[in-house]
Design a protein around this ligand. Structure first.
Ligand code: GRG
Length: 296
C-alpha cells in the first residue's frame, strides 16, 4: 500500500478507537472531557500510533493487537503538547492549526485535561478487555516501558533540561540528551511496544529498537529544521519560535546543512536496522523516509 493511503487508513482506525475509548463530551465533567477531546481531535498526524501499528505488522502482528496501546500513546503525546503550550512552558497560541488548549478553554482546564489524558492512557494500557489477546507479562512490560519513556527519566526529564537550557550555550551531549528524551523516547517506545504486543521475537525487537532510536532522533532534528524552513499553515503552529526562545536545536549548534545531513544519516541507520525483517518492514522503511522528508 502506498504510504499516503496507509497513513490515512491507519489514522482513521486510531481516530475511531480514540473516539470509543475517550470519555464522551456529554459525560460529567463536560468541560474537562470537551477540552481533552478538543486537543486529541485537533488533527495530529498520529505518527506514534501508526509506528506502533507498523511495528506490530512488521513482526507478524496486527493493528488490533496494539490499538489500545497506540491510543494510549497518542493520549500521552497530546497531554505533552497541551502542557508544553502552557504559559509556564512555551506559551504558544497555535497548535495543530487551532488555538492551543489554554486559549480555547483556560489555563486550569488545560492543565487538568493534560493530567486526565495521561491518567486515562495508563487506565487504557491496563484495561483487561483491551489486553485480552496479550500475555499478561507482555502487557505489564509494555506499561512499564511506556511509563519509563514518559516520566522523569524520559520525556518529562528531556523537557526540564530543554527548559533549563533556554538562552544558554549548551554542548552537543546535552542537546542529544534533550532530543532523545523529550521527543525520541516516545517514538522509540511506540516501536518497541508494537514489536512486543505484536509478538515479535528477541531479534526483531533488537532490530526495531535500533530503528526506533534512530527514527526518533531524526524526527526531532527534522522538527528543528522545519521550525526554520517550514510553512506555518502546513505545520499548524508558529514557526521561528526556537530561535526567538534561544532553544537548543541541531541547526543552532551545527548549522542547517549539517543538521540535514545528520537527519539523513539517522534515516539511513534506521533503514539498515530494518534489514533482518525483510519485506515485512516496507511500511516502516517508508515511515523512516517520511519522518525526514515531511513538510508538516
Ligand atoms: C510538557 C511533559 C511535557 C513534555 C513536553 C514533546 C514535548 C515535551 C514538547 C513538545 C514540544 C515540541 C513541539 C517538540 C517537537 C517535537 C514534537 C513532539 C512535535 C509534535 O509532534 P508531531 O509533529 O505532532 O507528531 P502532531 O500534532 O502531528 O501529533
Amino acid at each position: 500500500m502506498e504510504l499516503r493511503n496507509y497513513l490515512q487508513n491507519r489514522s482513521a482506525l486510531v481516530d475511531q478507537a480514540l473516539d470509543r475509548w475517550l470519555p464522551a463530551k456529554n459525560i460529567l465533567p463536560f468541560s474537562l472531557h470537551q477540552s481533552m477531546r478538543y486537543s486529541v481531535f485537533a488533527g495530529g498526524k498520529r505518527l506514534r500510533p501508526i509506528l506502533m501499528i507498523a511495528a506490530s505488522e512488521a513482526v507478524g502482528g496486527t493493528a488490533q493487537q496494539v490499538m489500545h496501546a497506540a491510543c494510549a500513546m497518542e493520549m500521552i503525546h497530546t497531554y505533552s503538547l497541551v502542557h508544553d503550550d502552557l504559559p509556564a512552558m512555551d506559551d504558544d497560541d497555535l497548535r495543530r492549526g487551532r488555538p492551543t488548549n489554554h486559549k480555547a478553554y483556560d489555563e486550569a482546564t488545560a492543565i487538568l485535561a493534560g493530567d486526565a489524558l495521561l491518567t486515562e492512557a495508563f487506565r487504557l494500557l491496563a484495561d483487561a478487555d483491551a489486553n485480552r489477546s496479550i500475555p499478561p507479562t507482555t502487557a505489564l512490560k509494555v506499561i512499564e516501558l511506556i511509563a519509563r519513556y514518559s516520566g522523569s527519566q524520559g520525556m518529562v526529564g528531556g523537557q526540564i533540561v530543554d527548559m533549563e537550557s533556554e538562552g544558554k550555550e549548551i554542548d552537543f551531549p546535552t542537546l542529544e540528551y534533550i532530543h532523545t528524551h523529550k521527543t525520541g523516547g516516545l517514538i522509540l517506545a511506540s516501536v518497541q511496544a508494537g514489536a512486543m504486543l505484536g509478538g515479535g521475537n528477541e531479534e526483531q525487537l533488537a532490530a526495531l529498537t535500533r530503528f526506533g532510536g534512530a527514527a526518533g532522533l531524526a524526527f526531532q532534528i527534522t522538527d528543528d529544521i522545519l521550525d526554520i524552513v517550514g510553512d506555518q499553515a502546513e505545520l499548524g503552529k508558529d514557526i521561528g519560535m526556537d530561535q526567538s526562545r534561544g532553544k537548543a536545536t541541531y541547526p543552532a549548534l551545527l548549522g542547517l546543512a549539517e543538521a540535514r545531513q545528520r537527519a539523513d544519516e539517522l534515516r539511513d541507520i534506521a533503514l539498515e536496522a530494518l534489514a533482518p525483517l525483510g519485506s515485512a518492514a516496507e511500511t516502516l522503511q517508508a515511515l523512516a523516509r517520511f519522518i525526514v522528508d515531511r513538510h508538516y
